[in-house]
Design a protein around this ligand. Structure first.
Ligand SMILES: [Zn+2]
Length: 489
């Protein structure tokens, strides 16, 4: 760095408009002694010159090392004329070449652990750099980025002001998890404690809409992370994802990928041993131990996985494995209903909707009678199957899509009919699942309206609204089918 400055190899400038600076990269090299021991670790910052264009950015190219042939010619000339030969070493030779062209390079990104000691060391280095170069880091142009829990809580906090449905919140949480999985988990190993905190914030936000960790949740987090066919919402299981990222790293280590730190681990810990059989060194850092321990799971990786771009996803799916499928999987997959309707149906299928009888079970004082017919206790089965009010609504819709409906009086009978008629990819099955989902949502919302707002919508209007929404949301083929359906008077 010092010689870079004394040779005045660069100036720090604002790029003029329309200019695309080229990137840079650290090149690390180990200088070894005769016995193979590392003598010095060398680091050199280079510009990615290969992105330049001939005739625009440069005219001629030079080789940084002499060709062996040239040396031989020189030696033969020396021998022929009986000259004397001297050997010398120019330090940082590459800095002594002069360039006629202007080359713009991006500035540096530095990574450090988010702890005091690492930050102090980074500061120290900046100070040395300042002493050597006289250049002072411009604070207004420098920025620090943090990855981790703090970032997630601020993002969640910015959403708490919005009034969103469960489904809307699930969507936002999905985007957060996706961000972490695609960025952090591939580069860093996230400690279990951090992961637990992230999950806690995401879970609390979904169920309570707050940015504080709460206990309240209607379905366990582990269940939400299951694939849709296994009864989940297919959210990323961060812990598993992170585990896979570590396995991937371990795989790189096993295959001696050309990366500085991998070379370093081989040099210091593995040496002549094999990764699979070596004893894990006690003095190794927490992270190194974690990577080494992941060798137990290398069996999940096949060489062909590694060529694939979505390798982490593939290994992840392999580790999720074959899970028992729920009988109602067809209702949840390829459903054209609105996300908020799908979410309520998802809860309904697991009997997790907070009906009066469930609240009573928790010891909460409520009027447990069905708010629609006001006769019997409000259970899921009553609300969606037995209640005469809802029966009327369902019959109207069945009439609308021209399905002859014979009355089914138990939850199991109704459920069986739904599961049977949502199988396959036919237009009919898709229409049935969308209609059923919107129906469940409409019944639940009508029930809530009657309880919390003391207002009610007449049954005909509820049925008509379901038909209207389904008509709007249906895909083009299904829409054509629904066009022939006349809503019954
Ligand atoms: Zn009822």
């Amino acid at each position: 760095m010092e010689s870079m400055y004394s040779n005045q190899v660069w100036d720090l400038v604002e790029p003029s408009t329309g200019l695309k600076p080229i990137g840079c990269r650290w090149i690390y090299k180990n200088k070894r002694e005769v016995d193979g021991k590392v003598q010095t670790f060398k680091a050199r910052l280079v510009a990615k010159g290969f992105t330049q264009k001939e005739g625009i950015d440069y005219e001629e190219t030079f080789s940084p090392v002499a060709m062996l042939k040239s040396i031989r010619i020189l030696l033969s000339i020396v021998a022929h004329y009986n000259y004397e030969i001297w050997k010398m070493d120019v330090k940082t030779t590459f800095l002594n070449g002069s360039l006629d062209e202007c080359i713009y390079m991006n500035d540096l990104l530095m990574f450090a652990k988010g702890e005091i000691i690492s930050m102090q060391l980074l500061q120290e280095k900046f100070k040395i750099f300042r002493k050597a170069s006289g250049l002072i880091a411009n604070q207004s142009k420098s920025a620090i980025y943090y990855g981790g829990v703090a970032e997630i809580t601020t993002r969640i906090s910015s959403w708490t002001a919005k009034k969103l449905s469960y489904a809307g919140r699930v969507q936002l949480v999905k985007s957060v998890l996706f961000g972490i999985q695609s960025y952090c988990a591939q580069l860093f190993i996230i400690p279990a404690k951090v992961m637990k905190a992230i999950e806690g914030y995401c879970r609390s936000y979904i169920w309570s809409g707050t940015n504080e960790i709460t206990k309240k949740s209607l379905v366990a987090w582990s269940k939400i992370c299951l694939p849709k066919t296994a009864g989940g919402l297919n959210l990323t299981n961060l812990r598993l994802w992170n585990k896979v990222a570590i396995i991937r790293t371990c795989w790189d280590l096993k295959n001696k990928k050309e990366i500085l730190w991998i070379k370093w681990i081989h040099e210091y810990y593995i040496k002549s041993q094999t990764l699979e059989s070596m004893t894990i060194p006690l003095q190794a850092s927490w992270m190194v131990k974690k990577i080494l321990k992941a060798r137990e799971n290398l069996g999940y990786v096949q060489p062909e996985d590694m060529k694939n771009k979505s390798m982490i996803r593939n290994i992840y799916l392999k580790m999720v494995g074959e899970l028992p499928k729920v009988t109602w999987k067809n209702i949840m997959c390829n459903n054209e209903a609105r996300p908020k309707a799908r979410f309520i149906t998802w809860l309904q299928q697991q009997n997790r909707l907070l009906t009066a009888t469930r609240l009573e079970k928790w010891g909460i004082q409520v009027d447990s009678r069905c708010v629609m017919c006001k006769t019997v206790a409000e259970t899921r089965d009553h609300l969606f199957v037995k209640c005469p009010i809802r029966r009327y609504i369902w019959q109207k819709i069945m009439q609308w899509i021209q399905i002859t409906w014979r009355n089914l009086n138990t939850w199991n009978q109704m459920q069986h009919w739904i599961e049977q008629n949502t199988k396959g990819k036919s237009a009919k099955s898709r229409i049935v699942k969308m209609i059923y989902t919107e129906y469940v949502y409409a019944i639940w919302m009508e029930r809530n309206k009657r309880i919390f707002e003391q207002k009610e919508t007449i049954e005909d209007t509820v049925a008509r609204e379901i038909a209207y929404i389904c008509h709007v949301r249906a895909s083009s083929t299904n829409k054509r089918m629904l066009q022939h359906c006349k809503f019954p008077r």
